[in-house]
Design a protein around this ligand. Structure first.
Ligand code: FES
Ligand SMILES: [Fe+2]
Length: 451
């Protein structure tokens, strides 16, 4: 049994009992308890591989992009050797941030407080009046900016971890994390656009993550989008669903083509018949053999939303989103927008229009969602209401995981809460493990058979 680190003398939440995978009942205090939040920063964000930026954002020497690992602000910067470093944006003199810009190009980072100056690899280059004031007593090699423990890229997507014991990125992602990224590459290499859409919501970060698997809310929460004709109900809320569960909490949930629908799509493609179904646009990006091989026999039929644990959401609108924690009651939402390299102008404009109008601060969907997540968070604060557990039982015990001979697996069903249950089960395992070694030994393998 993994060690329970949040004990009754430290917090009001019994971590071992807070979630029951056999009933789908969850203690809602995990959304508001301050100590739970602090442990999440240490054990989840401080330990996992966190998405930092894409290579196209920092192609040249001195290019930098400021990102976050939990509440730690970090600078991703390409140094003179071409290597991407991820440095803590905190000066070791008094802790001031050494970089105030969100992105740009620089030769060094000079702290705006007393002028210590740091190189692109974080080493301390120079200190004002060093000889006169420190009199030889400052060993500059000990006072550079701290680096992430490891920085690695998968197909140009840079991730960093603060824990030197983390497994290699490729092992952490597993086939589900890799598939989540491969889904963004179905139209070839991509270029990220400058200008991250950032806004803050008064919600716990886990409500925002939980929602990406949630295809139950769409008809109600986004009812106005249907009413004014912005989207069709068939495209936005299909009942044919596929859930793919990956190690360490990764998952993909949402619409999927059944084998019959895939065969019908392929037949219509081959015969030159036009589009007739909601899935034609997405499936149309996956018609060539190389793309299907990259995504795999199950993966290429999924149009669901991936979450790379803990907080990276990928959508099919050429966008991805970080849900960055800002205390138990607040989350900063960062929308990254990208386009395939060489996309014709008219199509680029259409994609950018969609980036601005679907999600993000001006999007018609996320405004609806954010309201509900904020009120769910508020509902977990009340002296009485926080003691009433939440229900995540939809579909529990009614579905089966099918495994393809390739090793890919999926649950093909209707609207369900398998993705949310997997998230909270894995979250609990991360929170209970006192080290990567313990997590590796005790984490659940993705389920097989009945779920
Ligand atoms: S805080 Fe950075 S130089 Fe003093
Ligand atoms: Fe939504």
């Amino acid at each position: 049994m993994p060690e329970t680190i949040i004990t009754s003398d430290r917090a009001s939440v019994d971590l071992d009992a807070c979630y029951n995978p056999s009933t789908g009942v969850l203690d809602r205090r995990i959304f508001t308890d301050r100590l739970v939040y602090e442990e999440e920063l240490e054990r989840i964000f401080g330990r996992g591989w966190n998405f930092i930026c894409h290579e196209s954002q920092i192609p040249d020497t001195g290019n930098f992009f400021v990102s976050f690992i939990g509440e730690d602000e970090v600078i991703a910067v390409r140094d003179r050797a071409g290597k991407v470093n991820v440095l803590l944006n905190s000066c070791p003199h008094r802790g001031n941030t050494v970089c105030r810009a969100e992105l740009g190009t620089t030769k060094s980072f000079m702290c705006s407080y007393h002028g210590w100056n740091f190189d692109l690899d974080g080493s301390l280059l120079a200190v004002p009046n060093e000889e006169a004031f420190y009199k030889g007593g400052l060993d500059k090699k000990d006072w550079g900016l701290e680096s992430a423990a490891n920085v690695e890229s998968y197909k140009g997507f840079y991730f960093a971890t603060l824990d030197p014991d983390a497994p290699p990125l490729i092992e952490y992602l597993g086939w589900v994390g890799k598939l989540s990224i491969d889904m963004m590459l179905v139209d070839g290499p991509i270029q990220f656009l400058d200008g991250i859409h950032k806004n803050r919501l008064k919600c716990n970060w886990k409500f925002a993550v939980d929602n990406l698997y949630d295809w139950y809310h769409v008809k109600v929460t986004h009812g106005t989008a249907f009413k004014v004709g912005l989207v069709t109900e068939e495209a936005m809320a299909p009942n044919d669903q596929m859930v793919i569960l990956g190690e360490y909490g990764h998952g993909i949930g949402g619409p999927g083509l059944t084998l019959e629908q895939q065969a019908e799509f392929d037949r219509r493609q081959a015969s030159g018949e036009g589009e007739s179904q909601w899935y034609d646009i997405q499936a149309g990006h996956r018609t060539d053999a190389a793309t299907r091989e990259m995504l795999g026999p199950v993966g290429h039929r999924s149009f669901g939303h991936p979450n790379i644990f803990p907080n990276l959401w990928v959508t099919h609108t050429r966008q991805m989103c970080l849900r960055i924690p800002r205390g138990p009651f607040e989350t900063e939402i960062w929308w990254f927008n990208y386009l395939p390299v060489g996309l014709p102008d008219a199509q680029s404009k259409q994609s950018i229009y969609s980036h601005n109008h679907v999600f993000g601060p001006a999007g018609f969907l996320e405004q609806d969602d954010g309201e509900n997540w904020s009120h769910s968070t508020r509902g977990a604060k009340g002296t009485r209401s926080k003691n009433r557990p939440l229900n995540f039982s939809m579909g529990l015990g009614h579905d089966t995981v099918s495994t393809d001979p390739s090793g890919q697996s999926g649950i093909e069903t209707v609207v369900n809460e398998h993705g949310q249950r997997w998230t909270y089960q894995c979250w609990k395992e991360w929170m209970q493990a006192d080290s990567w070694q313990t997590l590796k030994e005790n984490h659940s393998k993705p389920p097989q058979g009945s779920v």
